[in-house]
Design a protein around this ligand. Structure first.
Ligand SMILES: Cc1cc2nc3c(=O)[nH]c(=O)nc-3n(C[C@H](O)[C@H](O)[C@H](O)COP(=O)(O)O)c2cc1C
Length: 173
């Protein structure tokens, strides 16, 4: 859409968040833990409990996310007497979860690119529908951002760094 950062960038990296790959990823992590254990690394029992029981319970939302409201109700009552992890409840929470995970990877990516002497511009002003079609991504794939990568030009930095008051973002209790 003629955005300077997109038009002038050497590369555009499309960052994709998926809510449908957690089972595959979980199995992959468990296989790696098993291999580590077989080669002598002691895996804490809590890790096995998390990967075998808690993670499937947390991330499986059932067909069309129907288990979300039930999970919410159960955790409400269980949480009356003790603090506990609650979300994700349903498909929208899964989208949030996948976006968080991807955004962390994006930040790591941008810092790594910077450490090699290049620059980035994360962009949300994108046509996600067209990008999905262009890259043949599944319909439910989320695109939290597209990152322009290249070498900055001095005239490309248009504004000085702007700050909001510190007390708007930092609350000490
Ligand atoms: C959520 C979000 C969406 C953004 N989308 C765009 C965008 O579509 N196009 C663009 O040129 N900059 C976009 N920006 C701004 C740049 O990514 C960048 O934050 C800005 O240029 C300031 O860079 P600096 O923090 O390195 O000074 C977006 C920023 C945020 C936080």
């Amino acid at each position: 859409m003629s955005q300077a950062a997109a038009v002038t960038a050497a590369e555009l990296v499309v960052c994709v968040a998926r809510t449908d790959t957690w089972k595959r990823n979980l199995k992959c992590l468990k296989d790696q833990l098993k291999a580590a254990e077989e080669s002598g690394t002691r895996i804490p029992k809590a890790a096995w409990q998390y990967y075998n029981h808690l993670a499937p319970l947390m991330y499986d939302q059932g067909p069309c996310g129907v288990w979300g409201p039930f999970k919410k109700l159960i955790s409400f009552f269980m949480g009356l007497s003790k603090p506990m992890a609650r979300e994700p409840f349903g498909n929208n929470d899964m989208k949030l979860w996948a976006t968080k995970t991807t955004a962390l990877a994006c930040e790591n990516f941008m810092l790594a690119i910077r450490s090699f002497g290049f620059d980035t511009c994360p962009m949300e002003g994108i046509d996600s529908r067209r990008i999905r079609k262009l890259l043949n991504l599944p319909r439910h794939a989320l695109i939290p951002m597209v990152i322009a990568v290249g070498k900055r030009r001095p005239e490309g930095v248009t504004l000085p760094r702007l700050r909001v008051p510190r007390e708007w973002v930092v609350h000490t209790v």
